[in-house]
Design a protein around this ligand. Sequence first.
Ligand code: CP
Ligand code: NVA
Length: 338
Amino acid sequence: MTAKVDLTGKHFLKLLDYSPEEIQYLIDLSARLKAEKKAHQSQKVLEGRNVALIFEKTSTRTRCSFEVAAHDLGMGTTYLDPSGSQIGKKESIKDTARVLGRMFDGIEYRGFGQDIVEELAKYAGVPVWNGLTNEFHPTQMIADTLTIQEHFGHLKGIKLVYMGDARYNMGNSLMVVSAKLGMDFVACTSPKYYPDQALVEKCRAIAKETGASITLTDSVAEGCKDADVIYTDVWVSMGEPVEVWKERIDALKPYQVNKEAFSYAKPEAVFMHCLPAYHDQGTGVGRDVYEKFGMKEVEVTDEIFESERSIVFDEAENRMHSIKAIMYATLGADKETE
Ligand code: CP
Ligand code: NVA
């Protein structure tokens, strides 16, 4: 395959750093690698390489995706868990970057501030991939747009409504990717939970070039009108104190994704969620929330989560194919296989 786009050596920290063509290239490469894997083709094009996976917050999908994708590509992996390394406590990010950069061909980082992953990238000397920060979750975006493209056949003009806490990693990232790819993004939530105004302005400027639109509304009827995708995420994110649950529930209860929200959407609209989700009583947090606040299902009802409209497990599977594409392209495997 001849790559028009060359991402060799490039970090993957946030989609603001990527052009629409580069993002579309990663989506299409993910689709190609997915098809190859389904056809049981060997993908061991990065044999002998090694990647470090730093997780300062917990994970199921992102960790497993990096590990399976790396192994499929023939690479070795080293997992550093939230308590099992010197990072931040006994060793600065700058020093950690210079140490790991001598041993590994690429580094994944999941943790807190975006400034940390940016600092890691500055000193590592090898590609650094953002596996989630407070501000952004860019690997999730390639999986999500791949899933939407698979489902609807295109991305331009898709109306994606994000309900819930839109000022955190998921709301920010979906707004950015929508702006880049010409989608109509709506943050449908209480105004206190709108994305940061400076980021909204930035995305509106990008939208002018791509034909996208960015709308903020506190009206569910208006926000969800003719939606193609209704998307939500947990109302309290990793690293936030449990005390914020009360204010979140008070403010975000009207923005639960349920039958009413979907009644305004297109008949063929789908439900998406990055997962994990509090949609039933199957989790400790879900049970605590019920005990304290009387809500049996939180950001989405079980009815919607389990319905035909829900494409959340396609989305979860696509995390692996898209993370594979991100490593493949930034480690130059597409150039090597030309
Ligand atoms: N969606 C997502 O990032 O899931 P994990 O927290 O399980 O990695
Ligand atoms: N907003 C969530 C996303 C989890 C994938 C969190 O940061 O916990």
